[in-house]
Ligand binder design. Structure first.
Ligand code: ATR
Length: 262
């Protein structure tokens, strides 16, 4: 039986095992996908199990997407550009790190029918997911991207790798077509980003959070009559691409799959 893991800290909330095991069963694959809570010091050891073929693939989540890089032999272009790895596998005896979040985010935006070409985007937050969102937006032809983070130095640090970025202070706003919450605010009920939604002018408000499905950020945007979307499709599509890499099957995404992720 082939074994797969998602590693992170915390990891309890992860729905990756549910989704991957659903597809594993559906396509009659002899495999098992589990989650494992890790401390930073244990990351290298778990990755070495892929090298030893005791494990066949790893998904990586917060806060280890960058931590894993020194223990791999090769990075895909997207993993290299974002310095963020969420999918690990062995190919021709080399440990490869890939990033399927960029694909997941792009597909999610496409499904909203929002056309990002030549548009202005505002990203709230500067955490682990932001480089993937940035690369996806660039590839989709967004014209201007502004970053706002409580700890400004983190935003300035990201700008070193993505010089086209504009950085504004936390709490400031700028006229934008697409506003993305990439902070963790909203995972806990009642947490809220204080924003003047009327000033934002956004056509689409996107939250990378999918659990809860409607954060205050999305609720407030909706109240102001804006179009909103949560991170569920991003999650499903990043998983789909990892599954395809590992098993050679492109799993179907349908209502049954969407209903799994609540
Ligand atoms: P990490 O920063 O370790 O990569 P993350 O979950 O990927 O963790 O990112 C959390 C993001 O949410 C960060 O941008 C964080 O802002 P800071 O960089 O200032 O910490 C943001 N965040 C979390 N709680 C917040 C709060 N109460 N107010 C403002 N921003 C918050």
């Amino acid at each position: 039986m082939r074994k797969y893991l998602v590693i992170g800290n915390p990891i309890e909330h992860s729905l990756s095992p549910l989704l991957h095991n659903f597809w594993i069963k559906k396509y009659n694959i002899n495999a098992l996908y589990k989650k494992q809570l890790l401390e930073k010091n244990d990351v290298e050891k778990v990755i070495s199990e892929v090298r030893a073929s005791k494990l066949h693939g790893i998904n990586v989540t917060v806060p280890f997407k960058n931590t894993v890089i020194p223990f791999l032999d090769k990075l895909s272009d997207t993993a290299q550009e974002t310095q963020s790895v969420n999918t690990i596998f062995k190919s021709q005896n080399k440990l490869v790190g890939d990033n399927t979040d960029v694909y997941g985010f792009s597909e999610a935006i496409k499904l909203t029918n929002f056309n990002p070409v030549n548009k202005k985007a505002l990203i709230l937050g500067a955490g682990g997911v932001v480089p993937s969102v940035l690369l996806a937006l660039r590839k989709m032809g967004v014209d201007q991207i502004t970053l706002s983070n409580r700890t400004k130095e983190k935003a300035i640090n990201i700008k070193k790798s993505f010089p086209f970025l504009k950085v504004i202070n936390w709490g400031e706003t700028i006229k934008s077509d697409l506003i993305i919450n990439a902070t963790s605010i909203g995972i806990k009920q009642n947490e809220e980003i204080k924003l003047d939604y009327t000033k934002l002018d956004g056509k689409l408000f996107y939250d990378v959070i999918y659990n809860p499905p409607k954060t205050k950020f999305l609720e407030n945007a909706k109240k102001s009559g804006k179009k909103t979307e949560n991170g569920k499709n991003m999650f499903i599509y990043q998983a789909m691409k990892a599954f395809q890499t590992w098993h050679g099957i492109r799993p179907e995404i349908n209502e049954e799959v969407r209903d799994l992720i609540k």
